[in-house]
Design a protein around this ligand. Structure first.
Ligand SMILES: Cc1cc2nc3c(=O)[nH]c(=O)nc-3n(C[C@H](O)[C@H](O)[C@H](O)COP(=O)(O)OP(=O)(O)OC[C@H]3O[C@@H](n4cnc5c(N)ncnc54)[C@H](O)[C@@H]3O)c2cc1C
Length: 500
């Protein structure tokens, strides 16, 4: 029937579009509704961190993002170093990842690439369609939409709210947000400069505030202005270039020669996480589920990672094979990840937003000494990269590998070597046997599991001793065993993940 879908996604930002791609990859009939008339010329986010890049790479689409970044920046957009509270000390290049960089790319371009990919996969996308209401029934949702002067209705089995921080879906569902309220306002201005500043993030501190300067495009430079004297209730219509100049002069003593602005905006420091992500047939993801001060460029990344966690689970539910607990694990795992995100943002805020003399002295010590310590540097790099997230605490299994992010293992078979992440383009589970005995793919799992046999993997990993490795479509370990198993016990483990 027309207007009938398995999933309707409210919101065509990075989260909604990525989720649509993941669902379509698994053959789910998906509609994305977005209230924007056209693509926005402005970009809030500009970074794709390593974990997100790994996931895009596993689906074979990362190259498109890198190529676009090269075009825009006219140099390699893969940054080997990234900042922590605007201290450019994080050694992304040291990460054990095929994506050991932060990719610079304006959010609008990320959205265009994802949108084109979603269309190629058969997703329906309707712009200028605002979700205004919905009603839940025992086996689905009816979504009410405003388009021009018309009201339309769409039916779906599930409605996913990817409609940003002010989510209407969250409000109608009455899902509470927990966390801290806004206490200050930060100004942000994308400015055209005749001579662009050096293409790296820098900042200037004084007792009056902080000015962060970073690249925003070929001739575009982004200024972020932090000051206690900025009115917390500043109205968007009072933002203009004169105000930006005034603060630059106040804080830095010079105005960087700013003349023409592309976009002037502001944001607050509320840090909030939804109390639940699933309520009956409504699910939240991305900024609709968590929003925060954009200190480390993590928001868009967590949204895309939500989509990778949810996509295959929701598809499994709709295809009818999901174990009872599987969809709920989206909520457990991503609330856990969301709490880690909130902690990360608060730490960065405390280093960036305090400008008393003693705060500046501590910051300097942190920058010169603490963050230079190998162990601290590694931890903070992994935190911003998103590689620190694992779901070990979300399972009761004692095997320490279960729930971990799997690295991009090199897998050897006689003279051939293959990289693990290349096995995930279909979005399936991957089961690897490092045994002589061959295990045959059960017919009933053909649409969701790929089996491979290899001789061994790299010695540098604890995986070297592993005999069996079952990996989820989002590159986390589902099951691992060091012992030879009978085909009956292997089937039992596969059934746990792959069968109702
Ligand atoms: C200043 C700033 C800088 C940032 N920098 C970074 C960064 O460098 N890196 C990073 O990772 N993140 C960054 N972020 C955060 C990032 O922009 C967000 O986390 C990201 O946009 C979230 O994506 P989303 O798809 O969940 O929501 P959104 O991008 O907000 O998309 C929601 C979509 O839903 C649509 N919509 C809303 N309501 C409805 C409705 N009722 N019906 C239909 N459609 C609707 C909206 O028009 C929009 O298209 C930054 C944020 C800010 C404010």
């Amino acid at each position: 029937m027309k207007n009938e879908y398995e999933v309707v996604i409210a919101g065509g930002g990075p989260t909604g579009l990525m989720l649509a791609c993941e669902l379509a990859l698994k053959g789910i009939k998906t509609l994305v509704l977005d209230d924007k008339i056209a693509e926005s010329p402005q970009s809030r986010g500009a970074t794709i961190h390593p974990r997100t890049a790994e996931l895009l790479y596993s689906r074979g689409i990362l190259e498109k993002f890198i190529e676009k970044g090269k075009d825009l920046l006219e140099k390699d957009p893969r940054l080997p170093l990234y900042h922590y509270a605007v201290m450019i000390k994080l050694k992304m290049y040291m990460l054990d990842s095929p994506c050991n960089f932060t990719l610079w790319l304006p959010q609008k371009d990320t959205e265009i690439i994802l949108q084109n990919h979603a269309l190629e996969l058969g997703v329906d996308i309707l712009k200028n369609h605002e979700v205004i209401h919905f009603e839940e029934h025992y086996d689905g949702v009816v979504v009410e939409v405003k388009h021009l002067e018309n009201k339309l209705k769409f039916q779906a089995k599930y409605l996913v709210g990817c409609d940003g921080a002010k989510s209407k879906i969250r409000k109608i569902s009455n899902i509470e947000m927990l966390g801290t309220n806004k206490t200050n306002t930060t100004l942000m201005a994308d400015i055209y400069l005749d001579t662009p500043l050096a293409y790296s993030t820098q900042c200037e501190f004084s007792s009056k505030g902080v000015v962060v300067v970073m690249p925003a495009g070929k001739k575009l430079t982004r200024f972020v202005i932090i000051s206690d004297s900025i009115d917390k209730n500043l109205k968007e219509n009072s933002l203009d270039l004169d105000l930006i100049k005034k603060y630059l002069l106040d804080i830095c003593g010079h105005d960087f020669g700013v003349k023409n602005s592309h976009w002037i905006s502001s944001f607050g420091n509320a840090n909030k996480l939804a109390k639940q992500l699933i309520k009956n047939r409504v699910i939240l993801a991305g900024d609709a589920a968590h929003y925060h001060l954009p200190a480390g460029g993590q928001g868009l990344n967590y949204g895309i990672q939500d989509a990778f966690n949810l996509g295959w689970k929701l598809a499994a539910e709709l295809k009818g094979w999901a174990p009872k607990w599987l969809l709920d694990s989206y909520q457990t795992e991503r609330i856990y990840a969301g709490k880690m995100l909130m902690e990360s943002v608060k730490k960065q805020e405390s280093l960036l937003f305090r400008t008393s003399e003693s705060d500046i002295a501590f910051r300097k010590y942190f920058e010169d000494v603490i963050i230079e310590t190998d162990e601290v540097n590694k931890k903070l790099t992994q935190e911003i990269a998103g590689l620190h997230i694992n779901y070990q605490n979300c399972t009761e299994d004692k095997n320490k590998l279960i729930g971990c992010r799997v690295p991009d293992l090199e897998l050897f078979e006689d003279f051939n070597c293959l990289n693990l992440y290349n096995l995930f383009s279909r979005g399936n589970f991957v089961f690897i046997c490092f045994t002589h005995q061959k295990f045959r793919l059960p017919e009933e799992f053909k649409d969701r599991l790929d089996i491979y046999h290899f001789k061994y993997t790299e010695k540098r990993f604890e995986f070297f001793k592993t005999k069996y490795l079952l990996i989820r479509p989002d590159l986390y370990i589902a099951w691992a065993s060091d012992n030879l198993q009978s085909s009956v016990s292997i089937k039992k483990e596969l059934n746990y993940w792959l069968k109702k």
